[in-house]
Design a binder for this molecule. Structure first.
Ligand code: ZN
Length: 188
């Protein structure tokens, strides 16, 4: 066994993209600061960055931002130790996005199981992929690897791929911010 958690590389890519998208576009708090709803120009750029493309059309960006809001609810339900709520939302997403498994040629030869939407347009393809990635995580006992940042004033999410399943923060910055606060508290 390596230190990597046993997500298949396709599922890992889907979950990492889900985390990037949720953190880029959902309002709430980030690193101790409020995070507002993005204006549409900023939203397009934020979605494009999360899914690794140059540009995203406004309608697609809004579609994926709405999806990200519901993906956040799934992760929050996991963090609240409410798997029934998480599963309920994921099942609705699977139906709505038309997520379906498909065998695609693997880079190393042979075939790999991937998830697609009803078509492979950007928003529909990613919406289905995000729903499927969450479903695989929850259905394989790895849902607990998704979490909400423990730092004060931060609700960004993370995917924990550490060996010891010990991740608690969205970023090294939130981790050091929390450590510094605890240190100040102790030395008071
Ligand atoms: Zn954080």
């Amino acid at each position: 066994m390596t230190g990597q958690v046993q997500f298949d590389s396709h599922v890992l890519h889907l979950l990492e993209t889900t985390v990037a998208l949720v953190n880029a576009v959902t309002p709430g708090t980030a690193g101790g600061r409020p995070r507002g709803v993005l204006a549409s120009a900023d939203l397009g750029a934020a979605v494009a960055g999360a899914v690794h493309v140059d540009t995203v059309e406004a309608a697609d960006a809004e579609h994926l931002a709405e999806l990200a809001g519901r993906a956040r609810q799934v992760v929050q339900a996991v963090a609240d130790h409410d798997p029934d709520r998480a599963a309920g939302i994921v099942n609705v997403l699977l139906l709505e996005t038309g997520a379906r498994p498909q065998l695609d040629p693997a880079a190393a030869g042979g075939w790999a199981l991937h998830f697609h939407g009803p078509d492979d347009t950007l928003a529909r393809g990613w919406a289905a992929g995000i729903a499927a990635g969450l479903a695989v995580a929850l259905g394989s006992g790895l849902g607990g690897r998704l979490g909400v940042c423990d730092a004060a004033g931060c609700d960004r999410i993370y995917l924990d791929v550490s060996r010891n399943s010990g991740r608690r923060f969205c970023s090294p910055r939130c981790q050091s911010r929390t450590k510094a606060a605890a240190h100040r508290e102790r030395s008071r």
